[in-house]
Design a protein around this ligand. Structure first.
Ligand code: NAI
Ligand code: MG
Length: 348
């Protein structure tokens, strides 16, 4: 029997609950579809940091390298560990070490879920560059604390980095409605963003079947609210993608529904799947976190592992469940009740 090896990093707070829920669904999907899931769980988290002084051990990356995929719940406990430490000690090193340059996030309303917009039928796939751009980390501060203090932070856009994320977006569009909207701000940022626009035109020449639109980030923010149904694949830099995907999560009903994947497209390392939300300290330990975002992320993982039929069954089970009002309205059911309903739908 085909076996997939998963590394689990439940992390902190509700990350633990939603990872349990997602893995119960993945195991059930494996039973139904005739493959095996072997998983190993790692306790890397803010607690781990408090006990050992590090978010993960020094050989953490090498340990993860051997797995077929990584599933992460959420990491962060700002009362005891600063967010800059927890983020830079675990998530960001994993994304960089395994060249997970494509961050992909689907935004659509599940049946039964009420979003804040009048529009209900939209299906957007946001693709965010995940390794460079505005979050390159290049910069510095001088004369710190003095009147003449200076801070600089440089965006880094490499030809290789921009071309590969654009190609990834066009490839995704070919499997969907064949429309790519590239988001920049090339009127104001005349070097990096003009370069991105040029690369978009160059890559588009290899995809004659894909319709390409160029849009500025400010106009796109309005369009996602006013006319989300007009969008198919959106591709954007690290910062712009970060902001647009929070907007995307909002229009799809909130963080309880927002799924994501950090993909290493060349397969040189494992990809990582995680709900967009954090550890939610305000509701941790109360069995009220919505597991749908994590279960949807797990479906993306199954698809990536080549288990398309299982991925589709999981999404069908999630949709059948939210259509009945379970997991659709915040706070109505517990994490366990929503998970049980999805499991029952899956085994039907
Ligand atoms: P958050 O996403 O944890 O919570 C924001 C709000 O949404 C809270 O009111 C929370 O209760 C609610 N919420 C989030 N997920 C939910 C779910 N599945 N069901 C129901 N309600 C849900 O963001 P916040 O509070 O800014 O961050 C908390 C911690 O999580 C911080 O340490 C932060 O750094 C970390 N974080 C980690 C992320 C990751 O591991 N990828 C992503 C975002 C934040
Ligand atoms: Mg964000």
């Amino acid at each position: 029997m085909k076996t997939h090896n998963l590394a689990l990093i439940p992390g902190d707070g509700i990350g633990v609950d939603v990872t349990d829920a997602a893995m119960a669904v993945v195991q059930a999907a494996a039973r139904v579809h005739g493959f095996a899931i072997r998983s190993q769980s790692f306790p890397w988290s803010c607690n781990h940091y408090l006990q050992t002084g590090a978010m993960m051990p020094a050989d953490g990356i090498e340990t993860l390298r051997g797995f077929d995929a990584i599933f992460l719940g959420a990491v962060g406990w700002p009362d005891t560990v600063p967010d800059s430490v927890s983020l830079h000690g675990l998530l960001l090193p994993i994304r960089k070490a395994f060249n997970q340059y494509a961050n992909i996030r689907p935004h659509r309303l599940l049946p039964g879920v009420e979003g804040p917009l009048k529009a209900t039928a939209f299906d957007i796939l946001c693709i965010r560059e995940n390794t460079e751009g505005e979050y390159s980390g290049a910069g510095g501060r001088v004369h710190q604390g003095r009147e003449n203090e200076v801070a600089v932070e440089t965006s880094v856009f490499t030809r290789a980095g921009v071309e590969r994320i654009l190609r990834f977006a066009f490839d995704q569009a070919m499997t969907r409605r064949r429309h790519v909207t590239s988001v920049t701000k090339s009127n104001a940022q005349k070097f990096t963003m003009v370069f991105w626009d040029e690369m978009t035109r160059r890559v588009a020449a290899d995809y004659p079947d894909v319709i390409v639109s160029h849009m500025h980030i400010d106009a796109m923010a309005a369009r996602m609210v006013m006319a989300p149904a007009s969008l198919d694949v959106i591709v954007a830099s690290n910062l712009f993608g970060d902001i647009l995907t929070d907007l995307g999560a909002a229009i799809q009903g909130g963080l309880g529904f927002a799924a994501s994947a950090n993909i290493c497209p060349d397969g040189s390392g494992p990809s990582m799947f995680e709900p967009v939300h954090g550890s939610a300290p305000d509701i941790a330990g109360r069995n009220i976190a919505n597991p749908v975002a994590a279960i949807w992320s797990a479906a993306m993982m199954l698809d990536h592992l080549g288990e398309q039929a299982a991925a589709q069954s999981v999404m069908a089970a999630v949709e059948a469940t939210t259509a009945r009002g379970i997991g659709a309205i915040p706070g109505r059911q517990s994490t366990d009740e929503i998970t049980a309903a999805i499991l029952a739908a899956l085994e039907e």
